[in-house]
Design a protein around this ligand. Sequence first.
Ligand code: ATP
Ligand code: MN
Length: 463
Amino acid sequence: MEKITVAQARQETAIGRQVRLQGWVRTRRDSKAGFSFLELNDGSCLANIQVICDAELPNYQAEVKLLTAGCSVTVDGQVQASGGKGQATEIQAARLTLHGLADPQTYPLQKKRHSFEKLREWAHLRPRSNTFGAVARVRNCLCRLIHDFFQQEGFLYVHTPVITASDCEGAGEMFKVTTLDLNNPPRQGGQVDYTGDFFDRPSFLTVSGQLEAEIFACALGKVYTFGPTFRAENSNTSRHLAEFWMVEPEMAFYDLTDNMDLAEAFIKYLCANVVASCPEDMQFFHERIDDTVLDALQTVATRKFERLSYSEAVEILGKSKEDFEYPVAWGHDLQSEHERYLTEKKFQAPVILYDYPREIKPFYMYCNDDGKTVRAMDVLVPKIGEIIGGSQREDRLDVLQQRMAEQDLNPDDYWWYLDLRRYGTVPHSGFGLGLERTVQFVTGMANIRDVIPFPRTPGNVEF
Ligand code: ATP
Ligand code: MN
């Protein structure tokens, strides 16, 4: 008896095979003729397979007739052609083994539709629903495509640390990592004394693997890191998580234009391939979640990204007749309403903005000769706004030191980062793509909490 998946059993080529299927019952329907139909799902695909259970099964009355949504079973039987619509095959059960019942009085996932908010309270059960199963498969597919893209382009995958002593963004929104007794920490001159802490100094969960990725790029050429990052910012938006996954390529001998070219090719690759890789799930998102996603993917995959400087963008925004909540002024960060106006209304295409004011950007971005801007870039897509942030890195030691001084950073904390500019410095660039915002863009899911298995946001850490 060969174990196969529901996805395999749904193929016409499976007809005639004796197989074993294992999964969870979605529904049971009893025929007047004295047998039952089960809809079985095992997560291998969105669709279920129909299982026919005859009354002759020895456990028909005692077990089959008890099956309800959520029960787990093993079914042995023959795959046969089905006359039912929407299915090429079904399975005639020769034997059914019940593993676990799911009391219909208390099992939350009954036939009725639940709101996504409600499902977040059942993060341990929501992967069994159509939507969250589809999200999990598409997310998996995007991760595979991300690795495929960079591996094909000759990038080396490096693992940067989760625990770090440096604050890459300089924004101070970091989670502290400590084994000190918070009720009674050692003190020195009124301050907590970290010399007795696990790492003998303050340490944090990383906000980005960039600085360490630069080390490897400045030795091995083209590298990428892909891992979880943490931000202790108290933003309760549909696009921010406290723990999210970021893909960060870092390339030696790349200037900002090379960086933009790579970012554009990368996003195009993901959008062009995800539909072909997950056709059934993407059709589901198109029909049930957002009927613009397939068009949006097509647009991104084929249209040239609009490129303009931050200053040009500010001018366009200033002249627009839009009623923005936040005013636009040169020198201020763009809000998501501004980003979305540019990509959704003004250009109706993905947009790359570059050359941002130096005051609002971190110390490591390359300073332009105008003395006012740095070689930063953001990639904006419809409905999400910023999906990628990146820059050409400052590779001149003296300029970097001056920028650190401007931002009150202690050069001793970054001695190794400065060494990269001391010894064989090279122009280099990189960017970070938020995985969850990408999954949102691809699936049309409105809230970022619904595209990561276990969302971490202020006050939410259950599961
Ligand atoms: P935003 O301005 O939208 O808060 P950011 O400028 O702080 O983002 P970067 O530091 O440039 O973000 O990070 C690179 C990418 O990581 C972003 O373009 C976005 O896709 C993703 N990202 C950043 N912060 C978060 C977050 N809190 N939750 C989920 N994804 C995020
Ligand atoms: Mn950014």
